[in-house]
Design a binder for this molecule. Structure first.
Ligand code: NAP
Length: 457
């Protein structure tokens, strides 16, 4: 007779792959079950917290307080962190199923969408995600160089990531130096010659994807004026209908804030954020590096709520010294796990990973890799809860894994030469970073290399 999973004698063993918000919320939801559950959380980096550490902008430090909740989850007796382990490379999904009854992939969407326009590969054209990882000290981007030696920067897209990039470019060093931005990024930004940042949306001011708090913040920057052309705030009937819908209250707030910016006389601050609507990038030009951007004027067509940008054929060319595309992220496939190329997510029903529509035994997903890259940190909580509930409901049908032992996983990885980082190890890294930061009046100075982190443990 097979063992009963979820008992004290034989706890349900779940591997959570990805130590970001959705992973922690999944662990939290599993721990609220009456079953005895053991969660081992993997991350390819020695540090946990994913997007909170490497995605949230350094000047939005209050958002990072959510880490305290994750630390409480990590302190639970039945929780282990196995950092510095890349699932799909160091251990395969199938090998994980040897040690765990169920696996939840909560590894986010790490790739950035491209625009597919000529010149996109020119020097000086960057993915916003790389810039974000760079100023946040992500080990994958420490060696990236961003040429900020020209006056005009363009950011394509009007989501919160685009605003983060624009704000970091528009803030003064004084506004950033007390944050956990890396010293390397701060030094590079201190040398930045960028004076004009153009934030370009393909649709109109009623369709912005950012949130009101984030756009309002631009009105209070020390050395940056905001410019909005009042003519671009004139709405068609469909957009008026959209904004009248109470479900679009945040977009209506955005619209009102933009109206406030448009009414303000243009000031004389050192930098300027210029917000454009109804324009799509069509080509980047330059000999060797980006010099010009060709934009096409759009108009909207479609029913309220479904309006799309349609090119009018009217082109214009503008100077552009540095270019960032911030048009959303894409999930990356995990070897041995089905992947939905068109949506760049793991195919799933309520978090149960499916293959040709049929749920695969013991495989689940949560967060951006489940539903796509949308929503704020808190949006992941109900998403992960749904996955955890479905997993728990499946327990009577889950075949127990053959080797229910975390030490055996660690042994397997150690034999391959991998230094598995525990939560205690991470706490040493954390303390060392905080101590480095304290010397210069910052909340922390992050280690930029995995080897530096490992040398602390
Ligand atoms: P996003 O919110 O989906 O915004 C993507 C933007 O790119 C939209 O303005 C979209 O316009 C535009 N876009 C897409 N394809 C385009 C194309 N081919 N040409 C021109 N524009 C294009 O994505 P995100 O900014 O990467 O943010 C991801 C998620 O993280 C969001 O839910 C965001 O709110 C969240 N986030 C939150 C915070 C925060 O709370 N402070 C910070 C960062 C990120 P259309 O609307 O026309 O498609």
């Amino acid at each position: 007779m097979s063992e009963q999973l979820g008992t004290q004698q034989r706890p349900l063993r779940v591997a959570v792959v990805g130590a970001g918000p959705s992973g922690f919320y999944a662990a939290e939801a599993l721990f609220t079950s009456e079953m005895t559950v053991k969660v081992d959380m993997f991350d390819r980096l020695p540090s946990p917290f994913g997007l909170v550490r490497y995605g949230v902008a350094p000047d939005h430090y209050k958002i990072k307080n959510v880490i305290k909740i994750y630390e409480k989850i990590a302190a639970r007796e039945n929780f282990s962190f196995l950092g510095n382990v890349k699932v799909g490379k160091d251990i395969s999904a199938a090998e994980l199923q040897t040690y765990y009854d169920a696996v939840i992939f909560s590894c986010g969407s790490e790739k950035e969408k491209t625009l597919g326009i000529p010149g996109e590969d020119l020097a000086g054209s960057y993915a916003a995600s790389e810039f974000v990882w760079w100023y946040n000290g992500h080990p994958d981007c420490v060696n990236n160089k961003f040429d900020l030696s020209k006056e005009i920067a363009v950011v394509i897209g009007q989501g919160n990531v685009a605003l983060d990039v624009a704000r970091i470019l528009c803030k003064t060093v004084d506004e950033l130096k007390m944050t956990d931005i890396t010293q390397a990024a701060l030094d590079a930004l201190a040398q930045s010659k960028v004076r004009e940042v153009h934030l370009i949306g393909r649709r109109g001011p009623a369709q912005t994807a950012f949130t009101p708090v984030e756009i309002r913040e631009f009105g209070a920057l020390a050395e940056c004026d905001v410019v909005v052309n009042p003519d671009e705030l004139v709405l068609n009937d469909a957009s008026k209908t959209e904004l009248a819908d109470p479900r679009n209250a945040p977009k209506k707030k955005n619209y009102d804030i933009l109206g406030g910016f448009a009414r303000m006389p243009i000031g004389k601050k050192r930098k300027r954020l210029i917000i454009h609507f109804y324009e799509s990038p069509r080509e980047l030009k330059g000999s060797g590096a980006v010099e010009k951007l060709v934009l096409e004027k759009n108009e909207l067509s479609g029913e309220p709520g479904k309006q799309k940008a349609k090119g009018t054929g009217k082109l214009k060319e503008m100077n552009c010294g540095v270019f960032f595309r911030s048009v959303g992220y894409r999930g990356a496939p995990i070897p041995g796990v089905p992947f939905r190329e068109d949506w760049a997510v793991l195919p799933n029903e309520g978090g149960r990973i499916t293959d040709n529509g049929k749920p695969l035994s013991g495989l689940y997903c949560a967060g951006w890799i489940k539903r796509g890259p949308s929503g704020i940190i808190g949006t992941n909580k109900p998403c992960s809860q749904e996955t955890a509930q479905n997993l728990l409901a499946d327990v009577p049908n889950l075949p127990p894994c053959p080797q229910p032992d975390t030490n055996k996983v660690i042994e397997f990885l150690t034999k391959k030469g991998i230094k598995v980082v525990s939560f205690k190890d991470w706490q040493k890294i954390d303390a060392a970073e905080i101590a480095r930061g304290a010397k210069v009046g910052k909340p922390r100075e992050k280690f930029l290399l995995v080897s530096e982190m490992l040398s602390v443990v």
